[in-house]
Design a protein around this ligand. Sequence first.
Ligand SMILES: NC(=O)C1=CN([C@@H]2O[C@H](COP(=O)(O)OP(=O)(O)OC[C@H]3O[C@@H](n4cnc5c(N)ncnc54)[C@H](OP(=O)(O)O)[C@@H]3O)[C@@H](O)[C@H]2O)[C@@H](O)CC1
Ligand SMILES: Nc1ncnc2c1ncn2[C@@H]1O[C@H](COP(=O)(O)OP(=O)(O)O)[C@@H](O)[C@H]1O
Ligand SMILES: [K+]
Length: 594
Amino acid sequence: MKDAWSSDEIRKAEEPLIAAGEPLMARAAYGLAQVVLREVALRRAEGRAGTADGARQGRARLRGSLGSDGLPGQARVRPGRVVGRRTADAGAPGGRGDVRGAHAVLLVGPGNNGGDTLFAGAHLVRRGMTVTAVLASARAHEAGLAAFRAAGGRAASLADVRVPAVVELALGADVILDGLVGVGARGALRPPAGGLVRALADARDAAADRWPYTVAVDIPSGIGVDDGAVPGPVLRADRTVTFGALKPGLLLPPAAQTAGEVELVDVGFPASPASGAARRNGVARHAWGTTDPAAGRVLRLEPADVAALWPAPGARDHKYTRGAVGVVAGTSTYPGAAVLAASGAVLSGAGMVRYLGPEVVGTRVLLARPEVVVAGGRVQSWVLGPGVPALDPDDEGPDDDGQARRIFGALAAVTGVLSEDVTGGRMPAVVDAGALTMLEHRLPPSVVLTPHAGELAELLRGLGHEVDRTAVEARPLHWARTAHQATGGTILLKGAVTVVAGPGDVYAQADAPAWTATAGAGDVLAGILGTLLAGRSRAVVEDETLAARLAAAAVLVHGRAAARASAGGPVAALEIARAVPAVVAELLAGADPA
Ligand SMILES: NC(=O)C1=CN([C@@H]2O[C@H](COP(=O)(O)OP(=O)(O)OC[C@H]3O[C@@H](n4cnc5c(N)ncnc54)[C@H](OP(=O)(O)O)[C@@H]3O)[C@@H](O)[C@H]2O)[C@@H](O)CC1
Ligand SMILES: Nc1ncnc2c1ncn2[C@@H]1O[C@H](COP(=O)(O)OP(=O)(O)O)[C@@H](O)[C@H]1O
Ligand SMILES: [K+]
């Protein structure tokens, strides 16, 4: 599990260490320099090699000389992906490849983030690189600047060289280090740093592949450290080298998409933040939907976490103990969604899938998945709404083949409104697509709403918030939490990075390739989640934080299955469902099916 620390938690962690004289900045700078040396050497070896075979040989040569650190995969970079932990002061220096004569440009701000960058720059100079520091502010970290100059680095003030000249300098460099601001920053980058970053970001877009490798120091300067917002210009990084602990903005959209691969340098922080345990315990005290919106940590599940959560059957299980999923999806106009949701549920390992809907759709579901029972009966979770049109209050008789009526009935049951319902009362549910427009009662967190940004905006507008799709995409964490507060349900907000917000911790999952953005992919996800909720139905109702964890697990499996089915190319939604069994098998065997 990846666990992000807020800027306050970072400060609390560093205080006693600094008081004890621990050389935090030296460790951070050393770790940063090692990553830069490794990446520059790697690129040089590839550049010289010229052919694909030669590039492979170049990598192999480097791997031999880099020792046990290993090289993170370059071919399948997913924005916002977090790679391994690295100890700054462990063992021999990392990058032993040839970096002599390579040119680095440092963007240096006034605080300790600039200090890290200058000390790292001194290491780079000592390894034979040509390093130019652009001081964006009248102030710079004194000791860092002195060390940088003493090593032979060149420093120039932005006020003297001006923005266009820095852009030219950057275009001729091998690597850029963005050390303008770190966790001490607040709000959008102010001038002159803001103007510089805007010009560099524009130049990066225009230059495409010719842009130098860009490393963000601790965070890409200008992102919202704690909320993942991007309030102003940010220079997109290929890699972020972050210190001590991950920050929420490195996991959360949209900021996570500016961070590239994230690499953690251990500077000696404790295993968890001081306030972590208290916050975790605090979660249980909240009643439905009354959670403090700022409470809860930002986490990202990894394959091992999902393996532990997955309701794998034991020898004593039979189909009823494993959980039946009731699917109310599709209409005669949109029958495909029913097939996709039912397939997602069956192929994730439901004990049974029941389909409720018009006969014409039920027949198609059966043709695709003969395992499905097209009849009502007891279920342990509901999947409601894929392929069902949104409710239009002005329309007297919507053409929904009776699906809205079935959904209203199921929703009354899952919220516990019907005490004597045939289903036996409250149970988990997935509420997707058209069913999102049919919410009448306050929801328990065991009901998971699965909107994309447009659907969430519509839901929020119905609750009195002035918000559109763009606004939701700009602040997904905020709006997902707001919707949780307003409805009581757990919110799974779909996107390139999917955010899950319920009572307690927030999950930010970045598991899927962009090819997943295809019609029907969300229907498959709803089915997968239905199976997970049915497999742990009682526990989900009793533990108000479990639905969010299971939702994040479903997103991981869905994303990995999409990656598997895509193999780097287009993917059809049904193929995502078909890839699920192998992905689950690998997860349960302890492998990472990336
Ligand atoms: N924590 C740790 O354990 C370790 C931390 N380390 C490092 O320290 C970093 C934190 O350093 P920090 O606290 O000095 O703040 P930092 O991020 O450099 O920026 C503050 C400066 O930026 C300015 N500024 C603020 N907002 C701005 C804006 N919107 N636009 C423009 N400028 C803005 C602000 O100016 P002011 O508002 O005061 O005028 C202030 O001068 C951390 O990210 C990591 O890299 C490592 O060395 C070791 C381990
Ligand atoms: N850029 C992207 N990268 C990766 N995954 C994405 C991206 N955009 C959307 N997705 C994922 O694709 C799926 C699309 O679901 P949805 O919008 O509900 O489509 P539909 O309703 O047609 O099934 C979601 O799982 C979402 O998280
Ligand atoms: K930075």
